[in-house]
Design a protein around this ligand. Structure first.
Ligand code: FES
Length: 107
């Protein structure tokens, strides 16, 4: 397996209703995970990009959250409509999508 240039972790965490931390699941992350998987398949960029649905990655109240390495960039409040920009601009283009970046006091 080739080492990917970038690896995106897409939070897929759920928690029970009423949990104090909430969850990305409660804020619709399933649609974001699905969109990442579909676009990964469409682009066939498996050697360049790795996509991994993951458990909690931190700022649950600002989810759905997405984390990209090697840069360590956290994107917050991501919708499925944002996935194309993250793929084209950052994962494949190397340019951070500034409008989605977590505030400095969050990450
Ligand atoms: S539940 Fe998604 S970051 Fe915590």
């Amino acid at each position: 397996m080739p080492k990917p240039i970038r690896h995106v972790f897409v939070c897929s965490q759920n928690r029970p209703a009423g949990h104090p931390r909430g969850s990305c699941g409660a804020k619709g992350c399933a649609a974001v995970v699905d969109e990442f998987m579909q676009q990964w398949q469409q682009r066939q960029c498996f050697a360049e990009v790795a996509v991994t649905p993951t458990g909690c990655i931190g700022p649950c109240g600002m989810g759905p959250n997405v984390l990209v390495y090697p840069e360590g960039v956290m994107y917050c409040n991501v919708t499925k409509e944002d996935v194309s920009a993250i793929f084209d601009e950052h994962l494949l283009g190397g340019k951070v999508v500034e409008r989605l970046v977590a505030p400095a006091d969050v990450w």
